[in-house]
Write a protein that binds this ligand. Structure first.
Ligand SMILES: NC(=O)c1ccc[n+]([C@@H]2O[C@H](COP(=O)([O-])OP(=O)(O)OC[C@H]3O[C@@H](n4cnc5c(N)ncnc54)[C@H](OP(=O)(O)O)[C@@H]3O)[C@@H](O)[C@H]2O)c1
Length: 290
């Protein structure tokens, strides 16, 4: 059992912190910007709350963060109230936010200056994966820091992999998002085509999902896409944030991502339709607008 702090109790962080307490058996202290959520968490799981990130992180062996973007991450990590101001030397900071590889390196340096270990550890698996404790965790960091942190991360994960030095977890998550963008656009076009052709989408998917066109997106999303339901899942606003990070990284490393850049603009169209919080499968709504 370890002393753990968790910063950011959103859709993902709330259940992840819960697994650290219940499944991991750790002593967990939480912080959330909107304090009512931290109180709700403490009531539900029986842990403690801190008034600031630094206070929650005091004395912790492991500090987890899961907030929105690079700037959110800096605001809970650096400065007088940030976790690094409260953490003890020898502790490990694990960042589960989907953020840039640059901010991972920046925070790893700030942590190293205080003899604190750092792992960038973005996750995949969505809200259901977080609630069921079966996330995929893509880590960047050094081997010994990873080996110490992995048994703790295991509390909310099905797969935890070390991909390379700091930043490699975020770069791996970028590959994940590039795949998703292309696959979802292909699926949206296929369902749109099938509807125009008068086919029974359920029947078609039942057959083609068993062949080479099958995918997680097809299995998990075709039904709701066919019914025009998008009010759930991973939000378009988050996807645009992620694709923005991907395209910036590609500008720096020279990768050519024509399809990703196009799909990013399609998600811009979905936002213009009012779909900021719709699920990423709402690319179909854009094709169906009159
Ligand atoms: N949702 C998914 O399916 C999913 C899947 C994989 C990865 N992710 C990634 O995981 C991260 C969190 O996603 P989520 O869905 O849990 O988001 P969310 O529900 O919007 O929660 C965001 C959390 O971050 C906190 N926060 C945001 N900005 C902050 C700031 N400046 N200072 C302090 N706290 C701040 C929020 O506090 P308040 O409660 O005060 O707003 C909230 O606790 C994102 O990077 C996202 O891309 C999400």
């Amino acid at each position: 059992m370890a002393k753990v702090a968790f910063i950011g109790l959103g859709v993902m962080g709330f259940p992840m912190a819960g697994h650290l307490k219940e499944k991991g058996g750790h002593e967990v202290t939480v912080y959330n910007r909107t304090a009512a959520k931290a109180d709700d968490w403490a009531k539900k799981f029986g842990g403690k709350t801190g008034a600031t990130p630094a206070e929650a992180a005091k004395d912790a062996d492991f500090v987890f963060i899961c907030v929105g973007n690079d700037d959110d991450l800096r605001s809970v990590t650096l400065g007088e109230t940030g976790v690094l101001a409260g953490m003890k030397s020898g502790a490990i900071l694990i960042d589960n936010t989907t953020a840039s590889a640059d901010v991972a390196r920046e925070l790893a340096d700030a942590a190293a200056a205080k003899s604190i270990g750092f792992i960038d550890a973005p996750v995949s698996g969505g809200q259901a994966g977080a609630e069921n404790g079966v996330l995929t965790v893509m880590c960047g960091g050094d081997q010994s820091t990873f080996d110490t942190a992995k048994p703790v991360i295991d509390a909310f994960a099905r797969m935890v992999g070390l991909m390379g030095p700091v930043g490699s977890g975020q770069l791996t998550k970028m590959m994940n998002q590039i795949c998703i963008a292309g696959i979802v656009q292909g699926l949206a076009e296929s369902i749109h085509f099938g509807k125009q052709a008068g086919l029974d989408i359920e029947k078609v998917v039942d057959v083609i999902s068993k062949g080479a066109a099958g995918s997680w997106q097809m299995e998990a999303r075709h039904k709701t896409m066919n019914e025009g339901k998008y009010d759930f899942g991973f939000a378009v606003d988050w996807m645009r944030k992620d694709l923005g990070i991907v395209l910036e990284e590609a500008r720096n490393n020279g990768a050519k991502l024509p399809l990703t850049a196009l799909v990013d603009q399609f998600y811009g169209d979905v936002q213009a339709l009012g779909g900021n919080r719709w699920d990423t499968s709402s690319l179909l709504a854009r094709l169906e607008r009159k």
